[in-house]
Design a protein around this ligand. Structure first.
Ligand code: SF4
Length: 959
């Protein structure tokens, strides 16, 4: 049936008089429109039309419709970790990318994106982006650059790395990644070089939560099944900004539409809290107390899952260790549990948190009654803000354990069950180095590298870096204590050659020796798989213009030949660099970068992905064959694949006879081991896979923490935060600063060159409760001075009821800057003067945003002048002694600005920041642990070294 759009009288008259074109007939005749045969609307261009898709040019309106012909090429968004699918609309006339919309075939994002997805086009077309490799001229940080060739870059860096390897200085080579991606690609590169050089941003992001999950079950992340939950308990803001937030937000709303209730613990009325059924505005750091009170209610009211607890918790080990005189029966375990948590009454939790007792009880009952359909999530926020934040995640997971909602439909699974990891045709050997600049002895449990302590380690002379890559990483701006980073980065005796791999200028790239333009999301290859829901998927990032040219029969050798300027992709860069490091193969590096299809010849990037798709993705070859495609062609065309795999109750999977062959079963614990590694557990006479902990059970009792000298933390518990009210002097105006929340429309430093996003969000005022505003005598828009332990910043105040009294909050997504001598990102950076006097630093804004001429007419239309305030500079490092997480929350003094203060001022004393680093370092209990280990062998570790490297003397006890 043809489609006849309804139009109003005025529109009909306008058409009649020729003011508007009559598109009705065109619409009816046009088979390219997003309509089915019966005229009903569809959400996305049908996939069979992706090769030839026509839309009318909206910019031609109100003239006669101008059809634009597009090829739609899938890729992946890179603006946060969720890895949502994108479709690039490539204009066949101009052979350029016109826009990005969602990829409906992507199983995680299902065609939907947040504002940052479509804004990828801003990043691609940014007239200020870096288009050519640049080399420093003059002193480091002086802002003088010259264009060089990729050949020059590869020879120079390759020569430095080769020399370091030949001289046994492998630990002086470091690759420091901000936004990862590359499922295992870089692990492979670094292991091929034989270096322990991986460093990441994780300890300023999620290590607190990771430790809490790791110690329970050996998996360091949760994967909640929100869509099928009965109750959703969040210590996060997932409807607007949490980890994997767009895919999670969709499923949270799916669950809500199906009747699930939502509770949110957050001192701030986030968008998520505002949509919840229950908002618990907790005092920052009190969350574990509230969760343990909920656990007590679930126990006292018999809402727990006896069968799950009996089968899957290591309660026998707990009774044996802590209650040796008790008969080891399950009932005695429950009695012991009730005793342990007796002190966590709802009244106690209410006193700690400031949340109503009745509300805590109500939410606890709802969580308990949800049974196996309790979905929970805790990521940054409480887990990353507080000393002992890892116990928040551990206490939250206790609720899943009590309710038997681990690995269930509607419950919360280990992340690894919903994530795909690629395999390769050959694997370089594990490196025989352990880099103590990343994994120092003081932090044996540090979930990831102690990345934010690197400048302090360098200052102390623990080592130096000869070749230091920062990849889409901006520690000067993102990390705490950025001035200490500046001090170290400008010191060539500490950092020899700094290479910034980045699509755009950043505060860190200003202090590089090479700035190498690497591609935005649609300008490179990559694999991504994230645990966004109960399912496993793999998606394929591809350089869309290169793929478009290939479809036209115009193959290019390197991606930079298809990208703007000479923007390259890392994948090819690392292959070429590895060949320059080892041109004759004598170092044994080159062979890892040879083709699996053409022995001895250099690996081509399509061969790398082709091999994985053909050999390592279950079900993909068969699915592709159904359509007459090769696996690589399938991924190039559709961009994503849902991997068929059962994702629920994997711990109950029976071990096969092959798996059991040669294994041993511990008669006491039932743990099944093979080759010295636990592979399963015998439960009720059945051999099953279990979890990834040493006991293969949920470890309520951690013998690991006991063995490593932390017996007081052997059970899920409550650690009073460094910002606990006992540590504040309220009479002196001290408050808690929550600096961790994301804005939905920005993402750390990666969105700085997205003009649409900066137009929407360009200020980060300090949230202050009305009662505190009254006390201080300030109103919205007034200037506040916020003083931390090492300095202060000056910002506007936003007076609101949406924050807990006594707490202030400020988003970290703003405050980008450049100095007079720097280039870059005038969409988002103000100009600043930075002065230093013997470790006393002052940053002062001298010019806000203003219009500028460029090839993009919008740059002359910038109407906002605010670029926000850079608060992270004023934070000392706060490494949690267990998880290694930087504890972001700050004890601050909040007052009216002084007469000399100006908006955006930042004052810092880096000698004081180093002293505070030492204070926190003294909280640790360093390795070696049992048997001389640096770290528990069963803990995960990125880019895992050879087993003997886990021992302080670099050899296993047997060897
Ligand atoms: S949630 Fe938004 S920023 Fe993150 S990957 Fe998806 S579209 Fe991109």
């Amino acid at each position: 049936m043809p489609y006849h759009p309804e139009i109003g009288l005025i529109e009909r008259l306008a058409i009649k008089w020729g003011f508007l074109p009559d598109t009705r007939q065109q619409a009816a005749e046009d088979d390219y429109r997003t309509r089915r045969e019966d005229g009903t609307l569809v959400n996305f261009p049908p996939v069979e039309k992706w090769e030839e898709w026509v839309e009318y040019d909206p910019q031609a309106w109100p003239k006669k419709p101008v059809p634009r012909h597009y090829a739609l090429v899938p890729t992946i968004c890179f603006n946060c970790e969720a890895a949502c699918g994108l479709l690039a609309y490539i204009d066949k006339g101009t052979q350029t990318i016109r826009k990005f919309e969602g990829n409906p075939l992507h199983p995680g994002s299902r065609g939907r994106n947040c504002a940052k997805g479509p804004a990828t086009i801003n990043q691609v077309t940014d007239p200020e982006r870096i288009l050519y490799p640049l080399k420093r001229q003059g002193p480091r940080g002086s802002g003088q650059w010259e264009r060089v060739t990729w050949d020059h870059v590869l020879d120079d860096i390759g020569g430095c790395i080769r020399k370091a390897i030949q001289e046994g200085r492998q630990n002086e080579i470091m690759y420091h990644v901000g936004r990862p991606g590359h499922e295992r690609y870089m692990d492979r590169v670094l292991q091929a070089w034989g270096v322990d050089g991986h460093n990441s941003h994780t300890n300023i992001c999620s290590s607190g939560a990771r430790m809490g999950y790791q110690i329970w079950q050996g998996y360091d992340r949760p994967s909640p099944d929100h869509a099928n939950a009965r109750f959703i308990l969040l210590l996060s803001a997932h409807l607007e900004a949490g980890h994997y937030f767009n895919p999670h937000a969709q499923r949270i709303i799916d669950g809500k539409m199906a009747g699930a209730k939502i509770a949110v613990l957050d001192p701030r009325l986030s968008n998520t809290a505002s949509m919840a059924d229950y908002w618990l505005p907790t005092q920052p750091g009190s969350e574990a107390a509230v969760l343990l009170a909920m656990a007590k209610i679930i126990l006292d009211e018999n809402l727990y899952d006896r069968a799950f607890l009996r089968r899957w918790v290591n309660w026998e080990a707990y009774l044996k260790a802590d209650w040796p005189d008790l008969e080891p029966t399950f009932n005695n375990f429950i009695s012991a549990l009730k005793q342990v948590y007796a002190e966590f009454t709802p009244e106690f939790a209410a006193r700690e948190s400031g949340v109503d007792t009745a509300l805590i009880v109500e939410v606890a009952r709802q969580a308990g009654r949800a049974g196996s359909r309790l979905a929970t999530h805790n990521w940054r926020g409480a887990g990353s803000g507080n000393l002992g934040g890892w116990q928040v995640a551990r206490a939250l997971h206790l609720l899943n354990v009590l309710t038997g909602s681990v690995g269930t439909q509607g419950g919360t699974s280990p992340n690894a069950w919903n994530k795909f990891q690629p395999q390769f045709w050959e694997n370089p050997p594990a490196q025989k180095f352990w880099n103590e600049l990343s994994f120092p002895l003081e932090y044996p449990f540090g979930c990831y590298e102690m990345s934010f302590l690197l400048p302090h380690f360098l200052k102390e002379g623990r080592g130096k870096l000869d070749v230091y890559f920062t990849r889409v990483y901006n520690p000067v701006w993102t990390n705490p204590d950025g001035f200490t980073w500046m001090e170290v980065l400008r010191d060539e005796s500490k950092v020899g050659l700094h290479i910034a791999l980045t699509p755009t200028w950043s505060e860190t790239a200003f202090f590089a020796d090479y700035v190498l333009p690497t591609g935005h999301s649609p300008e490179r290859h990559d694999l991504q798989s994230q645990e966004t829901h109960a399912g496993v998927w793999l998606s394929f990032r591809q350089p869309v213009l290169r793929e478009y040219l290939r479809r036209q029969g115009k193959e290019v050798e390197f991606t930079h030949q298809a990208n703007p300027g000479e923007v390259w992709e890392e994948d090819e860069f690392w292959i070429e660099l590895s060949w320059r490091i080892d041109p004759d193969g004598s170092l044994g590096i080159r062979r890892h970068f040879e083709s699996p299809y053409r022995p001895g010849e250099k690996l081509k990037i399509e061969e790398y992905y082709r091999w994985i798709f053909e050999n390592a993705v279950p079900g993909l070859p068969e699915k592709a064959a159904e359509e007459g495609l090769s696996p690589l062609e399938y991924m190039r065309r559709y961009g994503a694949f849902q991997i068929p795999r059962d994702t629920y109750r994997r711990h109950e999977r029976h071990l096969s006879p092959q798996e059991l062959a040669g294994s041993e079963t511990d008669p006491q614990t039932g743990t099944i081991s093979k080759d010295g590694k636990a592979i399963g557990v015998m439960i009720d006479g059945v051999t099953v896979e279990g979890f990834a902990s040493p006991s293969r059970k949920q470890e309520f009792y951690s013998s690991t923490l006991v063995a490593w000298g932390w017996p007081e933390y052997r059970l899920p518990g409550y650690i009073k935060s460094h910002v606990h009210p006992e540590n504040l002097d309220v009479a002196k105006g001290e408050m808690v600063l929550v600096p961790t929340f994301r804005l939905p429309t920005l993402i750390h430093t990666r969105s700085g060159n997205a003009k649409w996003l900066n137009e929407i969000s360009h200020r980060n005022p300090v949230w202050l409760h009305t009662s505190d505003a009254c006390r201080l005598g300030v109103q919205t828009g007034d200037l506040l001075r916020v003083t931390t332990n090492i300095g202060y910043f000056v910002n506007h105040v936003w007076v609101t009821e949406s924050i807990k009294p006594g707490v202030v909050a400020c988003s970290h997504h703003l405050g980008r800057w450049r100095r007079q001598q720097d280039q870059g990102s005038r969409w988002s950076t103000g100009v600043v003067n930075i002065e230093e006097d013997n470790g006393r630093w002052r940053l002062r804004q001298v010019q806000g945003l203003s219009p500028f001429p460029s090839t993009d007419p919008d740059s002359s239309r910038i109407w906002w002048s605010d670029s926000g305030v850079h608060q992270n500079l004023t934070f000392p490092v706060h490494p949690d002694p267990i998880s290694g997480m930087h504890c972001w929350h700050q004890k601050v003094k909040v007052e009216k600005a002084h007469s000399e203060d100006r908006y955006g001022d930042v004052i810092v004393d880096t000698a004081q920041s180093h002293a505070i680093y030492k204070e926190w370092l003294a909280k640790t209990r360093p390795a070696p642990g049992p048997a001389g280990l640096r770290r528990p062998l069963w803990f995960t570790r990125p880019v895992r070294p050879a087993p003997e490297m886990f021992f302080v003397n670099n050899s296993t006890p047997e060897s």
